[in-house]
Design a protein around this ligand. Structure first.
Ligand code: FES
Length: 166
């Protein structure tokens, strides 16, 4: 996962980090610092690294998503057992791949706003990186606090595109 995040976000001290942060050393991590933003329609993806790895992370541009859906990822971009944060249409979602299926849920943990897309995925369960609450990515239910639920989004794979209904 760290390779994928490096490809999408760049190195912490790389050019993209300097462009995002205005130069200088990256800020020290804070316990509740917002996660970096990854957009599905990046204008300049790390093409060189993707081509070197034989991977295609670029969201397909030749797919017409169903009504109400947005293209968020290439269907092969996310390795099995991984989860990632994507900002699409101004909404932060976490997209997970488990059992060969893609799932989308709110990126915001209802406990204290942790970025679920930065959590660890084991089977269908993502663990929030802040305080460890667990969520089922297929239903949004929370085994840690059964009275809590996180929003899920419908997902369809159309051609080579993972599309999410927003
Ligand atoms: S923010 Fe506390 S468990 Fe997610």
């Amino acid at each position: 996962m760290s390779l994928l995040k490096t490809l999408l976000h760049g190195r912490p001290d790389g050019l993209r980090a300097r462009l995002r942060g205005g130069g200088g050393a990256p800020p020290a991590p804070a316990p509740f610092a917002p996660a970096p933003i990854v957009t599905a329609n990046r204008a300049s993806p790390p093409e060189a690294a993707e081509k070197a790895l034989g991977l295609n992370f670029e969201a397909p541009k030749d797919v017409n998503p169903p009504d109400g859906y947005e293209v968020v990822l290439h269907k092969d971009a996310l390795p099995e057992g991984q989860i990632i944060e994507i900002i699409i249409g101004g909404t932060a979602i976490a997209v997970a791949k488990s059992g060969g299926m893609h799932y989308a849920l709110s990126n915001t943990c209802p406990h204290a706003g942790g970025p679920l897309g930065d959590g660890k995925l084991a089977g269908n369960i993502v663990t929030c990186p802040y305080h460890g609450w667990k969520f089922d990515v297929t239903t949004g239910t929370c085994p840690t606090q059964p009275s809590v639920q996180v929003r899920t989004y419908k997902v369809q794979v159309v051609g080579s595109a993972v599309c999410v209904e927003l």
